[in-house]
Design a protein around this ligand. Structure first.
Ligand SMILES: C[S@@+](CC[C@H](N)C(=O)[O-])C[C@H]1O[C@@H](n2cnc3c(N)ncnc32)[C@H](O)[C@@H]1O
Length: 273
């Protein structure tokens, strides 16, 4: 997974590498077909002057300039560009996951189809602890959509059926033991303990990444997250003996990812190679 074209990593330890870069640049430097699974949580393009509810109070939605919309066409071009760049580094039987809300996920899904991927599932991630809608003029937003796709219709993707059916998924009130896992997942937003080193405005719960990584990869596989933020994907990859490459354009989030990762290693949880 190393290449002479690569810039020096921001952090590297125990098969976890973090790069401080624009993902379009870094993806173009990675070796072709070198990655088994991509989890991408791109900007949702929703920081546009709206309001949400935080700790029971009205609060502006402003996650960062990186999350602002630049208009429908321009947002779509961005999603098409990074999804195309991911295609080059993904191996032929590898798969990609993309998360989003309606602000971005339809654009990502269309871009996937336009660039030749084959969609396998869309997952409704239901958040049982979603904050209320204060205006009382809309349904309360309480889910995100995740799209799972392989590179082509004929590819042979990894799906660990037995783990999905019989694994330990007790956080999910919808999953019944020894029954097939369905496409609606009930997983709470990150717990307080997951934010003890600081928080990222769109941090994903470890339980969500555990499900994706255990269902769709094998030990030793390489997982890439081109928008890694606080490093949730990397922590779970390490915990379950997968290699990890993370990219983010904001140093403050990479600092947080590094702290979380080092703490996990120090705690002795997960794998130490
Ligand atoms: C939705 S957040 C990801 C959160 C992450 N899944 C977590 O659990 O913390 C998107 C991230 O993409 C980063 N980002 C935005 N544009 C980027 C770009 N062009 N290249 C790399 N990172 C980018 C932002 O800094 C932000 O941390």
């Amino acid at each position: 997974m190393t290449d002479n074209n690569l810039i020096p990593p921001f952090f590297s330890s125990n098969d976890c590498i973090l790069y401080h870069a624009d993902c379009l640049d870094l993806l173009s430097r990675l070796e072709e077909h070198s990655v088994d699974l991509i989890f991408a949580d791109p900007p949702y393009n929703l920081s546009n002057g709206g309001f949400t509810c935080k700790s029971g109070r009205r609060a502006p939605v402003h996650k960062g300039t990186w999350d602002e919309s630049r208009g429908i066409e321009s947002d779509f071009q961005f999603h098409t560009a990074w999804i195309t760049a991911c295609r080059r580094v993904l191996n032929e039987n590898g798969t990609i996951w993309i998360s989003g809300t309606y602000h971005s996920v339809y654009a990502s899904g269309y871009a996937l189809q336009c660039t030749g991927y084959h969609i396998l599932n869309d997952i409704c991630w239901f958040k049982p602890n979603a904050p209320p809608n204060l205006s009382g003029r809309y349904f309360t937003a309480s889910h995100e959509t995740l799209i799972w796709a392989r590179k082509s219709r004929d590819a042979r993707h990894t799906f660990n059926y037995d783990i999905t059916k019989n694994g330990e998924w007790s956080e999910d009130a919808f999953k019944r033991p020894e029954r097939q896992m369905r496409s609606v997942w009930s997983i709470p937003s990150p717990k307080r303990a997951e934010k003890r080193y600081g928080s990222h405005p769109t941090q994903k719960p470890r339980a969500l990444l555990k499900r994706i990584i255990l269902s769709c990869t094998r030990e030793g596989d390489t997982v890439l997250d081109p928008f890694c933020g606080s490093g949730t994907t990397g922590l779970v990859a390490y915990e379950f003996h997968r290699r990890f490459i993370g990219i983010d354009s904001e140093k403050k989030y990479l600092d947080l990812a590094r702290k979380r990762f080092l703490n996990l290693v120090d705690s002795g949880e997960g794998n130490i190679r």
